[in-house]
Design a protein around this ligand. Structure first.
Ligand code: IPD
Ligand code: CA
Ligand code: CA
Length: 266
């Protein structure tokens, strides 16, 4: 393993763990909750504090690296040149506020647009999903095996029911047969965790019509490391600087869904 990436990874994992402690400590303090684009789009002081904490650490240690974060850092980043950190300080803020669990810190680190490091930290379960490209993916110390073939009829698919109600962003003609044919559906309320669960083989696929780069950056690197695929819902490559629809999954499941369900209806 190149020492260069190992060094970055070692810093990143220690900062993510430290940020997790900050989040846990915040439960004994007052949480300030605001809304963003709509009344259900929540942000708290902790989302902002964790992003600032990570931003400052990266800036101090790796001043040439660029950073894009959900809570406002890196709005000037318009290309994927150089080393780019894509950060979601708390993915699943609604779960964080309502449940105090089922949220994660997510970081993807890219080199000229190629994913090199993926970190997703499930703070409350103390589960860190991590990878350095080419060196295997892990959940804490446990190596995640390469994903094994999963036909639609045996698959568990994760999706958020709002996409069928909210302006019908997923064509119900595509979705209903798929939902009927898979073994089961799940929804966890944190895209980062759902992607980590695919990498860990707990889910076979995840479909959503709109995610921001910070929602999928860490998960993309993790899933690719165990042989999975992450594209938009038409099977096209994702742009790491733009909002995309996302279809992540085990390779055979991904192919079957595209061929049998999505492309047939286009
Ligand atoms: C959200 C979560 C959620 C997904 C939304 C995301 P946030 O991220 O990942 O599961 O459905 O599209 O925006 O706002 O909690 O960081
Ligand atoms: Ca998010
Ligand atoms: Ca977030």
């Amino acid at each position: 393993m190149e020492d260069f990436w190992k060094d970055i990874y070692t810093y990143a994992t220690s900062w993510v763990k430290e940020a997790g402690e900050m989040i846990k400590d915040s439960f004994s303090k007052e949480l300030l909750i605001e809304t963003k684009s709509n009344p259900n789009d929540l942000v708290t002081n902790m989302d902002k504090d964790v992003e600032t904490f990570l931003y400052e650490k990266i800036q101090e240690t790796f001043p040439t690296h660029r950073i894009v974060g959900e809570e406002g850092h890196g709005t000037d980043v318009t290309s994927a040149e150089g080393i780019l950190w894509v950060i979601d300080p708390i993915d699943g803020t609604m779960n964080f506020v309502h449940q105090q669990r089922n949220f994660a810190i997510s970081i993807g680190i890219f080199d000229q647009g190629v994913g090199k490091i993926g970190l997703i930290y499930d703070v409350m379960h103390d589960e860190l999903y991590h990878t350095i490209r080419g060196n295997g993916a892990y959940m804490n110390d446990i190596k995640l095996p390469m994903l094994t073939e999963s036909p639609v009829k045996e698959a568990i698919l994760s999706l958020n029911a709002t996409w069928v109600t909210d302006n019908h962003r997923i064509d119900p003609a595509v979705l209903s047969p798929l939902v009927k044919d898979v073994r089961g559906t799940r929804s966890y309320g944190s895209a980062a965790l759902e992607l980590a669960y695919i990498a860990a083989g707990r889910l076979d696929g995840y479909i959503t019509m709109r995610l921001a780069p910070w929602d999928f950056a860490g998960g993309l690197v993790l899933i690719e490391e165990v042989g999975g695929v992450v594209t938009n819902v038409y099977g096209e490559e994702l742009n790491i600087l733009e909002k995309n629809s996302v279809f992540a999954g085990e390779k055979a499941f991904h192919k079957e869904v595209l061929q049998t369900y999505i492309n047939k209806k286009r």
